[in-house]
Design a protein. Structure first.
Lengths: 242, 242
């Protein structure tokens, strides 16, 4: 079982402030913990049920603790019960390299599920890096981590002010997703550039649209008022990157 | 306040069995209730807070009940508190018309959020109808309804066995989304056809793939194992319908 101090520490990592302070995050769920153990991230501890450890727990060099489901529930931030939880070091990420790469830049994405799904989309399409505005939901939120399905390990997510990104010297084209831009059907396949996606309700801010070199739009045939932010990201990647 | 019988009745509508028995569903949330009141669906009752009714409650011909937030919580199936709830008749839908239309067919989509997001995508792309296999999550689930953002009123969702659909006489082409089909980049824009999307974890069953006339695939550049079912639907519509 957990000590009180362990529970307190792990629960503190539900908050971005403490994740940043301690440089660690918590990943919850059978599959993501398996993926983390096979990946390049620094996994510091695994807390799992006896059954899970018997099936997957051939783990050396890290702290491994057998915990029953009630114990896991004590440290979980998710509503669905989990068999395994990992304590992982937040990696030190290299600065973004815009030249020659596709970069996805997100402004004020607030829903952890959307954020995780977008990271997974970026991984599918081979996007080199994601830049998040500081008011995005944190990529190391437990719900986000779970929704990435392991893609968090393959796509660096870097926090940065978007105006500073767009004012970076050099001629990197940027493509702002708006409701009144150039039809994506007529936009050429990209080999370099920044794709800008905005908040779930408000879209991109006027400041960011003004700073972008291109505005692009998914044409609407029917009547839906808008598309989910992750779905829009997928559609745009599906037109501009393949 | 609600009577005990009202609470019992409304709560029963959280289950598909009772929705089918009584022919009604419950929609929760400020925006969706507003949209329903302006749309063509038969709204039978609105239960809302005083503030909501003052702002939007210019409603005649239906039952309107002022309820405080605690009262709304008693009948809610969602975790986020709502200002308004509507009791709505499930519409009688016409049989699907495949000839000359785009149809989206879903097999075993289980997540209500995905289902609602897919209905919203269909509405954006002007898809005429959605066919769901009987093991899909119900379109009139409160979470699904909320995720459609009102699109449920514009896209008929019809439950039907998919093999029967695909064996319907006539030459309607069908396009099964798989991991080993024809590249969607090389697939022509469609003006008629059935797009088939499978379960979140397993994809389409072998039976359905065998019955389809075409298999299509979103090419993967990176390493993600799969895409979210709603995102995949969006990407395919973004290549084949615009």
């Amino acid at each position: 079982m957990f000590s009180k101090a362990q529970i307190k520490y792990i629960q503190s990592l539900q908050h971005k402030k403490y994740r940043q302070k301690f440089g660690q995050f918590v990943a919850e769920g059978d599959k993501i913990v398996q993926e983390l153990l096979q990946g390049s991230y620094g996994v510091k501890a695994v807390y799992a049920t006896k059954a899970w450890l018997e099936a997957h727990g051939n783990v050396t060099g890290i702290e491994v603790l057998e915990v029953d489901e009630a114990g896991l529930k004590q440290i979980s931030s998710l509503s669905t019960p989990n068999q395994a939880v990992a304590l992982v070091d937040i990696p030190t990420l290299p600065p973004p390299v815009l030249k020659g790469n596709i970069t996805l830049a997100l402004e004020a994405i607030r829903d952890p599920g959307n954020m995780g799904t977008i990271i997974r989309i970026a991984d599918w399409f081979g996007i080199r890096q994601i830049i998040c505005s500081p008011d995005c939901v944190d990529a190391y939120n437990a719900k986000t981590i779970q929704a990435t399905m392991g893609s968090i390990m393959r796509v660096p997510v870097i926090e940065m002010e978007l105006p500073a990104l767009l004012k970076t010297p050099g001629q990197i084209a940027s493509y702002a997703a708006t409701l009144y831009g150039h039809n994506i059907v007529d936009t050429k396949k990209l080999s370099e550039g920044i794709i800008l996606i905005g908040n779930e309700s408000r879209g991109l801010s006027e400041e960011i649209v003004q700073l972008s070199s291109h505005q692009i739009t998914i044409p609407r045939i029917g009547q839906a008022e808008s598309l989910n932010a992750a779905v829009a990201t997928g559609i745009i990647c599906g037109r501009l990157l393949i």
